[in-house]
Design a protein around this ligand. Structure first.
Ligand code: ADP
Ligand code: MG
Length: 258
C-alpha cells in the first residue's frame, strides 16, 4: 500500500476571512489528479495550506499524509515525509544557483533522516543531477543559472520539476505559475510528470486552464468553486468544462442541487 494524502472537511481562513469551506480530497501514490476551478476559487489557498504557510489558518478539518495528521508539522517535516509542494511564487535568490539550491534541499532532507549525514558528495550529486536533467531533456547549463533570476514561468516550472526528480517525493502538488495562464509551463509540468510518474508518484496538478487535457492526462478531475470541491469525475469532466465553461456549475450551485 502506497501513501495517501487525505484532506478531510478542511476549512481555512486568511486574515480572518474564510476561504476554504469544507474541502474533501484523497490523492494516492500512483494517481494523477487535476484540481481545476475559476480564479479566486481557493486552489492556491489549498496548496499553500498543505505546505504549512503560516498565513493560512486551519479552522477545521484535517490534512493526513501517510496516516499522519500534518496539523502540527512544519513545511520541512512535511517535505521529509515525502510531500512535495512546488512553490507558486518562488523568489529570486541572488547568488544561489539551481545546483546549489538542489544540493541544499537534498542535504537537508538527508540530515533529517540521519543527523550524522555529512551531505551528498559533490561528484555524486553532479552525476545524479545530470542523470535527472537528461531524463527531463534539460540543458546542463540550467544547473548553473541563478535560481529564479529572470526565469520565465516555464523555467520556474523546469526548476520545480528538476527539484521533484531529485527529491523523489511520494505525492507532489504542482500549482500553476504566478503568471497564470502559461501554456508553456503547463506543457513542461505535464511532460515532467509523465516522465517521473510511476506507481510511486501521486500528483495533484492545479490549474484554471480549461483545455488541460491537451497537456495532462489526469485520471481524476475535481472542480473547486468558492472554497469547495463541487464536482469530481474522470477526464470527461475536463472535456465538459472545456466545452461548457463553469457557468453550468454556477447554476447548479445556485439551484442548490450540487
Ligand atoms: P485561486 O488559486 O483558485 O485563483 P486563491 O486561493 O489564490 O484562488 O484565492 C482565493 C481567495 O483567497 C481570493 O479571494 C484571494 O483574494 C484570497 N487570498 C488567498 N491568499 C490570500 C492572502 N495571502 N492574503 C489575502 N487574501 C488571500
Ligand atoms: Mg492560484
Amino acid at each position: 500500500m502506497g501513501a495517501a494524502l487525505e484532506i478531510r472537511n478542511l476549512h481555512v481562513s486568511v486574515e480572518g476571512q474564510p476561504i476554504l469551506k469544507g474541502v474533501n480530497l484523497v490523492v494516492k501514490q500512483g494517481e494523477i489528479h487535476a484540481l481545476m476551478g475559476p480564479n479566486g476559487s481557493g486552489k492556491s489557498t489549498l496548496a499553500n495550506t498543505l505546505m504549512g504557510h503560516p498565513a493560512y489558518e486551519v479552522t477545521g478539518g484535517q490534512m493526513i499524509f501517510d496516516g499522519v495528521d500534518m496539523a502540527e508539522l512544519g513545511t520541512d517535516e512535511r517535505s521529509r515525509m515525502g510531500l512535495f509542494l512546488a512553490f507558486q511564487y518562488p523568489v529570486a535568490v541572488p547568488g544561489v544557483t539551481v545546483a546549489n539550491f538542489l544540493r541544499n534541499a537534498l542535504n537537508a532532507r538527508r540530515k533529517v533522516d540521519n543527523p550524522e549525514d555529512k551531505g551528498v558528495p559533490i561528484p555524486q550529486f553532479r552525476k545524479m543531477m545530470i542523470e535527472k536533467m537528461d531524463l527531463l531533456q534539460m540543458d546542463h547549463s540550467f544547473g548553473g543559472r541563478y535560481l529564479n533570476e529572470g526565469f520565465s514561468g516555464g523555467e520556474k516550472k523546469r526548476a520545480e520539476i528538476l527539484q521533484m526528480a531529485m527529491l523523489q517525493p511520494k505525492i507532489a502538488i504542482m500549482d500553476e505559475t504566478d503568471s497564470g495562464l502559461d501554456i508553456d509551463a503547463l506543457r513542461i509540468v505535464s511532460e515532467g510528470v509523465a516522465k517521473l510518474s510511476s506507481e510511486d508518484l501521486g500528483v495533484l496538478v492545479i490549474t484554471h486552464y480549461q483545455r488541460i487535457l491537451n497537456h495532462i492526462r489526469p485520471q481524476y478531475v475535481h472542480i473547486m468553486m468558492d472554497g469547495q470541491i463541487v464536482e469530481s469525475g474522470g477526464p470527461d469532466l475536463a472535456l465538459h468544462l472545456e466545452e461548457q465553461g463553469y457557468d453550468w456549475l454556477r447554476e447548479k450551485q445556485a439551484n442548490g442541487d450540487a
